[in-house]
Design a binder for this molecule. Sequence first.
Ligand SMILES: [Zn+2]
Length: 148
Amino acid sequence: MKLRYKGRNANIKKAMKIANKILNDQEFYKKIDSFGQFDNTEPLDLSSVQISSFIKNHSKSVYVKTYIGKPGTNAKTNRSTNFKLNRINLGRPTNKIVRTMIHEYVHCIDFSLRDFKFTHVDNDNSTGDENNTAPWAIAQIAFEMINK
Ligand SMILES: [Zn+2]
């Protein structure tokens, strides 16, 4: 399994089931492949096909954990092995929690690689200026897949 969770929160379990389904869906990787160049990658020409294969081939499980944070923050990720969802934002619709999970999962894959980078510039995407960075764009691909 790509994502694992040891806790008992039903909203997390429900969202993670959907997120894992997407992370095992070849259609998801085809959509990433065909996205084109993401913003803010290192090297600058790191392709969406390469990033897609990093995500697809990541063999270690990533653990979903929780923390209590500020109301405006959905999650935080500092390492490749897990990400943390803000407990006070778990009442959101399932599709939005899935979108957050995929976004954070991309960060975990990024953290697992020493020679490549694909993240956003800062933590503010309120104007959409980071929509073409890998975490935001790939999470949006997943979001559109579950909403159709
Ligand atoms: Zn992020």
